[in-house]
Design a protein around this ligand. Structure first.
Ligand code: ADP
Ligand code: ASP
Ligand code: MG
Length: 408
């Protein structure tokens, strides 16, 4: 007998029929003698609908109120799922984040979990209940409702698993595991039986939305056994996220190709090349709470520099306004912007011990006539920025070049 946390994403609870099917699955696990905590997301499309409603009222919705609205999607699915479990003859009880007390900080729309009061859950489990907890939400110390950022139900599930020392946290979604790349873009993508935390962290941070990055961080930190599986299948082991030492010996150098469509690039031209320029440029961007990703500075002979960086596409207009405001102050020549770019990355811990991965990547892209606009590397990843129109082609070309296609 084990304690299992099961999380079901939006498509897995998209209709009452899907919810009934989830309830049947949970009931089977319960019947096998396991203690169960279940974390549903909102029905698919619901969180988008709620945010769109808020935007109809206010172009820049108040973040506190936005969380009050966006969190309601999960309140519906916990109630429905608990009812469906009862119909299966299983005792079940639902809780919102605030009722459990999933305590978070007060960063509305992307709050971090600080602590989970597990007393009620433990008591209910001891009394034989399946406990159904709303994903994506918590409450700050003043009782304000918070949400954990898009895709945050993954993190709710892992945090509950960590707090209750669950034997396994299972993330059920609409694919049967983590693939070498998004199977919707590359039909030849292969399911991975295992992937290391480190690689999964990189994949998630580079755009593979199959797991929210914070859930992977949490699982790594608290040693939660984390598995991704399909809620549309009854068979299959999914993908287990592992520590590096437990990896099979023979692994490819590159484990996967990640991509992010949501990118934009800004360049400020001809700024005088003197100390603290980078700070003067990026300080106001950071003050505006805009995350900067890649940064490149080229110094020309005339002692001026061109400075380029990428931001999330949603922050493009605000970042552009800030840069335009900085041109005169910094004595720069002008500003350029491009919000039709994307980032494609190759990820693999094997890169550490194998040189030449970057050149292989660049030559594969070059052969297809794909121009690289920016490059960044770390120990286990290489990312390139390319024109958005090349995204699918670049993903497929790299997937093949690194021997990840199914047939190979
Ligand atoms: P859920 O609603 O269940 O949380 P998500 O849409 O957040 O589901 O995540 C699942 C989706 O992630 C898949 O449908 C797939 O398109 C996408 N995805 C992106 N990269 C990968 C990858 N490397 N492996 C598997 N799925 C991926
Ligand atoms: N419902 C939330 C979202 O759409 C949380 C989640 O699905 O994980 O982002
Ligand atoms: Mg998700």
């Amino acid at each position: 007998m084990a304690l299992i946390v099961q999380k079901f994403g939006g498509t897995s609870v998209a209709s009452t029929d899907r919810i009934k099917s989830v309830a049947k699955r949970v009931a089977r696990w319960k019947a096998q003698g396991h203690d169960m905590i279940v974390v549903p997301s909102a029905m698919s499309g619901e969180t988008n609908r709620l945010i769109a409603l808020a935007r109809e009222i206010s172009a820049l919705p108040d973040p506190r109120e936005l969380d009050v609205i966006a969190s309601t999607g999960e309140q519906v699915t916990i109630g429905l799922l608990s009812m469906a479990l009862k119909e299966e003859g299983v005792k079940a009880k639902s809780y919102t984040g605030a009722q459990v007390r999933v305590l978070t900080d007060d960063t509305f729309t992307k709050a971090r979990i600080l602590r989970i009061d597990d007393e009620k859950i433990r008591r209910d489990i001891a009394d034989g209940y399946v406990v159904v907890v709303a994903g994506f939400q918590g409450v700050d110390e003043n009782g304000n409702i918070t949400t954990l950022g898009r895709g945050g139900s993954d993190t709710s599930a892992v945090a509950l698993a960590a707090a209750l020392k669950a034997d396994e946290c299972q993330i059920y979604t609409d694919v049967d595991g983590v693939y070498t790349t998004d199977p919707r873009v590359e039909p030849d993508a292969r399911k991975l039986d295992t992937i290391t935390f480190e690689e999964m962290l990189e994949m998630a941070s580079l755009g593979s939305k199959v797991l929210q990055i914070r859930s992977v961080e949490f699982a790594g930190k608290y040693k939660v056994k984390l598995r991704v599986l399909s809620s549309f299948q009854n068979e299959g082991e999914g993908t287990l996220i592992t520590v590096e030492e437990d990896r099979p010996m023979e692994q490819p150098i590159i484990s996967g190709i990640a991509f992010n469509r949501d990118e934009a690039k800004l360049t400020i031209l001809g700024i005088p090349d003197r100390p603290s320029v980078a700070y003067q440029l990026l300080g106001p961007i950071a003050d505006a709470n805009i995350d900067v990703d890649m940064i490149i500075q080229n110094v020309a002979n005339d002692e001026t520099a061109d400075f380029s960086f990428t931001v999330n596409r949603g922050d493009y207009t605000r970042a552009m306004d800030i840069l335009e405001g900085a041109v005169d102050r910094l004595g720069a020549r002008g500003v350029l912007g491009d919000n039709r770019i994307c980032k494609v990355s190759a990820v693999g811990v094997g890169m550490r011990s194998h040189p030449g991965i970057a050149s292989k990547m660049f030559s594969a892209l070059g052969r297809e006539g794909i121009n690289i606009k920016m490059i960044s590397t770390s120990e286990i990843k290489i990312s390139v920025v390319v024109d958005e129109k090349y995204l699918e082609l670049a993903v497929r070309v790299l997937h093949k070049a690194f021997g990840l296609d199914k047939a190979e």
